[in-house]
Design a protein around this ligand. Structure first.
Ligand SMILES: [Zn+2]
Length: 284
């Protein structure tokens, strides 16, 4: 396992020209066929044979060495630390969500879920010129971090009705909602938090079905769209990081050695929702 990572190139295969031993790189983990109609039309993130290095049985980043294709390696400058580089992948998801949305300068945005990608969606929406950003999140630590990263309001859905509050704050509903909680009741809330004709982008990967009333889409001409991962935007993320965006200081809440991965990593992430990203350091 392990698909969000950076490192130094130690060896290259025959015919590799873009990177050389010693280069510092981040890895774009999407594995693609390169031949299907989606790959050949530039939408390789929805390749028919898509897989992810570190999540689909390949040798992932929870190791000292990992072998990837040349296409997957993106060089990073010395000003970007390896720790920062490990955040390029989740930041690329946030960037793809915002870049492929219809967000315009001044739009009022609702974000449901402020984990790592949700926080980076907030930051990306702020960079893209959102006029207001309202976040719904159950964890108090994540709500506080959302405000630091540019949210105007952080709403606790256990304390108040997030739909009513967003309608009040936006005078009738958000222009765009981003859904990142993966919690079944939240999908309907994200739809209802927007105004007539608005757009909802679903980013969560769901572990179970969610129930919605389709009339809340049809009768109001709302658009609900899904996005998966990213395409062609790692260099843009790296550029934004060089300008100080998506900084590890605000997103990495703990660093652990590889040997403690299970109890101090996976188990703690499940147990303690104050964490955003736990960084794993290999022994070399
Ligand atoms: Zn393909």
């Amino acid at each position: 396992m392990g698909h969000e990572f950076s490192g130094r190139v130690t060896e290259v295969g025959d015919g590799v020209t873009r990177v050389k031993p010693g280069d510092r790189v981040v890895v774009e983990p999407i594995i693609i066929c390169g031949r299907c109609r989606f790959c050949t039309s530039g939408r390789y993130n929805i390749c028919e044979k898509r897989a992810f290095h570190g999540a689909s049985g390949k040798d992932g980043a929870f190791s000292c060495y990992s072998v990837v294709q040349e296409r997957q390696a993106h060089k990073i400058p010395d000003s970007i630390s390896f720790e920062q580089g490990a955040l390029v992948e989740p930041a690329a998801v946030a960037l793809h969500a915002v870049r492929s949305s219809s967000l315009k300068v001044g739009d009022r945005v609702a974000v449901f879920g402020a984990g790592a990608v949700g926080l980076m969606v907030i930051e990306a929406a702020r960079i893209a010129g959102a006029g207001q950003i309202h976040v719904v999140e159950t964890s108090p630590q994540r709500r506080a971090r959302a405000l630091e990263l540019g949210a105007d309001t952080a709403i606790d859905p256990f304390a108040e009705d997030p739909v009513a509050r967003i309608h009040a704050l936006t005078e009738g509903g958000a222009d765009i909602a981003f859904e990142l909680s993966g919690a079944p009741p939240v999908l309907q809330q994200a739809i209802l938090a927007t105004h007539n004709g608005a757009e909802i982008t679903v980013i969560s990967i769901w572990e179970q079905p969610a129930t919605i009333n389709p009339n809340t889409i049809v009768s109001y001409e709302r658009t609900v769209r899904g996005i998966l991962a990213y395409r062609d935007n790692f260099p843009a993320v790296i550029d934004l990081m060089m300008k100080g965006h998506f900084t590890a200081d605000k997103l990495v809440t703990k660093k652990i050695p590889l040997a403690n991965l299970i109890e101090d990593g996976f188990e703690e992430l499940v147990r303690d929702k104050k964490h955003i990203k736990i960084l794993v350091e290999p022994p070399v």
